[in-house]
Design a protein around this ligand. Sequence first.
Ligand SMILES: [Fe+2]
Length: 281
Amino acid sequence: MNWSSEIIKPGVGAVVHADAAATKDPAFADYCLDLLYKQGALILPQINLSDEEQLEFNDRLGARVNFTDNIAGGNEAAKDVYTITLDPKVNTEPEYVLGTFFWHIDGMCSPIAPPKYTVLSCRKAPDKGGQTEFANTYAAFEALPEDEQKFLEGLRVLHSVTAAVRAVAEPDEIKDARKRGAQHERPLVYTNPDSGRKCMLIGYSADYIVGMSKPEGRALIARLTEWAAQPAFSVMHTWTEGDMAIWDNCGVLHRARPYSSDTGRRMHRTSVAGVEDGAAA
Ligand SMILES: [Fe+2]
C-alpha cells in the first residue's frame, strides 16, 4: 500500500499522501471514500494528475456528472473537466468565479441531484491569496441544539444563480437569461444516503426559505452559514501546483480566498453524481 493519511482536524479534514500511480488502484479509491465518509474533505498534495487521470479517478469514486457547460476544459477528451480561472482570455464571465469567494456548494442551482463529491486540481497556483476553505456542515448541524435541528429539518430553500453572485453582481448584470433564471428548491437539511448523517444545503446560493419572509429566511441562512464556517468546523488549504482536493460536496461548504486575475490561478474541477435526499422526497 503506497499511501497514507493524517488528520488535519477530526471530522473536518485530512491529508492523503499518494502518487498518481495509486489512483489506478481500486483499493485507493475505496480508501479515499472511507476517509471522505469520516473527514469530509481530503487534500492530496503533489499528486500531479493529468485531466485524463483525474477523470479516471473521478469515475472510480462514482458516476461522473457535468452540471455546467460554462468554460469547458482544454480538450475534447476532457470535456467533463471544468476550468476555474479569472484569466480574461479564458473566462469572459468573471462574476461566477468571483461568486466562489463566498461559501457555497457546487451545483445547487441546477435541476440535477446535488453532486456527491467534487474533485479539484490546482494547475496554476496563485502567488498570493486563492486558498480554498472548507466548512463541514455535518459537524455544524450536529452541534446545534436539538430543537433547532428539528425546526430546520422542516424547511426548504430556494437556491438561485442570482443569489450565488449577489455579492458581486446585480441580477441584470447576468447577461445569459438561461443562467439568470437558474434556480432549484432543495431541503435545507440533507440526509447523506450512505451514512444517514445530516448536513445543511446553505451558503450564498441559498436565496430564501420557502414559506418564510425573505428577510427572515435570509437572516437564518446567513447565521447558519457563519455558524458552519467557525474554526471548529473548517480548514483551509494553500495550493501548490499539482495538489488535488476531494470533498463531500453536500456536506462541506467551500470558498476561495480572494485572488486577482493576474495571479493566473487555474483549477480543474470534476464532479461525482449524487442523489436527491430520499428522506425529504
Ligand atoms: Fe465551487
